[in-house]
Design a protein around this ligand. Sequence first.
Ligand SMILES: [Zn+2]
Length: 112
Amino acid sequence: MGNLIKCKDCNREMSKSAKSCPHCGSRTFWNPWKDPKEYIFAIILLGIIAFLYNFFKSSENDTPESVYEDSYAHERLEKQNESVKSCVKTLGKGVYKNKSLEWKLDSCHASK
Ligand SMILES: [Zn+2]
């Protein structure tokens, strides 16, 4: 019977799967449906996090030219056929791995 835990409120043993302590009624885990206020709070919090995430994500568009060109090269890579993709991958592992993606695309005769 390894599924007994001690209630953190009354310190008596209770089943791990019990939703609340049979002795003192203390809840062992947070149940959002029993706690609508906390549930709403969690949703608002998630909304704020999502908002901040989008905010920082969109501000990333103001990054320097080099990063912008790199993302352009990535988009270009996506359009290539498998042989060009594997060619770029191979170049990325070898002595040319420090070259820019743009350079690798050109070296693999990628289309613009
Ligand atoms: Zn208890």
